[in-house]
Design a protein around this ligand. Structure first.
Ligand code: SF4
Length: 251
């Protein structure tokens, strides 16, 4: 049996993209192979992908409480199911479990084992950097919504990932898919145009969310509007949205 390295499990509102404002149960996996300049995930969470690491998961104790308790890592699938289930509110709606990170697709083997056991109960929402297309293909049919990042090199200050993103757009076909790009004060028009072209080559009807970074990375609002105007020349639905949970002071 596989086990997952998980940093935290908690309930909050989804803060990004077209599903913003909905109540989600978040499962934050450890480990990320990128180092985006604007990243707000603590470095230890990004490097601790291996199961040998002993940092415990911080798990919210109930739907009615903000308190958390440490749970030893790695976490077995049945334990994760129970940690998510105790955060479900009573009611008719199917709860949403948001897989986030770090990069959840680095835990593909664990997810392939865990997701079939919970997919009927939870809507599975995947937040990903949009690079690991092979792992995405392996999870076909197990994920309902894909929030795919396009990493703009002028925002991340990392090398371009256009080819991986192009392949990922095809690999993620099937679930509900939308694309998000974080823009900062260093984002170039060329990068936003290239991202919009890439999406349009796949499907011009896909929602493209332009998400301004905050704090010292925040872009000039006039630049953000120009990015949207340019992208709307190629795509039907381009939205500018902030991270709502940060505006509300929520985790
Ligand atoms: S992909 Fe996400 S978690 Fe990884 S460095 Fe970039 S912003 Fe941080």
């Amino acid at each position: 049996m596989t086990a997952g390295m998980i940093d935290e499990i908690f309930a909050s509102v989804q803060g990004e993209g077209p599903w913003a404002g909905q109540r989600h149960i978040f499962v934050r996996f450890m480990g990320c192979d990128l180092r985006c300049s604007y990243c707000d995930t603590p470095e230890p969470v990004k490097v601790h992908a291996g199961e040998g690491q002993q940092q415990p998961c911080r798990a919210q104790v109930s739907a009615a409480s903000f308190d958390r308790e440490p749970v030893p890592n790695p976490i077995a699938p049945a334990v994760l199911t129970s940690l998510c289930s105790r955060l479900v509110l009573p009611g008719p709606s199917r709860p949403v479990v948001s897989l986030t990170g770090g990069e959840p697709l680095l835990h593909e083997v664990f997810l392939k084992e865990w997701l079939p056991s919970v997919h009927a109960r939870f809507i599975i929402y995947l937040e990903t950097s949009g690079i690991h297309h092979e792992n995405m293909r392996h999870l076909a049919g197990l994920v309902d919504v894909v929030s795919m990042d396009i990493k703009l090199p002028s925002s991340t200050r990392e090398r371009p990932r256009w080819e991986e993103h192009g392949t990922f757009l095809s690999a993620a076909g099937g679930p509900m898919l939308f694309v998000k790009a974080v823009v900062t004060r260093t984002t170039s028009d060329d990068d936003v145009d290239t991202a919009a072209q890439l999406i349009a080559q796949h499907d011009r009807r896909l929602t493209f969310v332009i998400q301004p970074a905050g704090g010292t990375f925040a872009p000039d609002p006039k630049d953000v509007l120009r990015f949207q105007h340019h992208a709307l020349a190629l795509l039907d639905d381009v939205r500018v949205l902030p991270q709502v949970h940060k505006v509300l002071g929520l985790p």
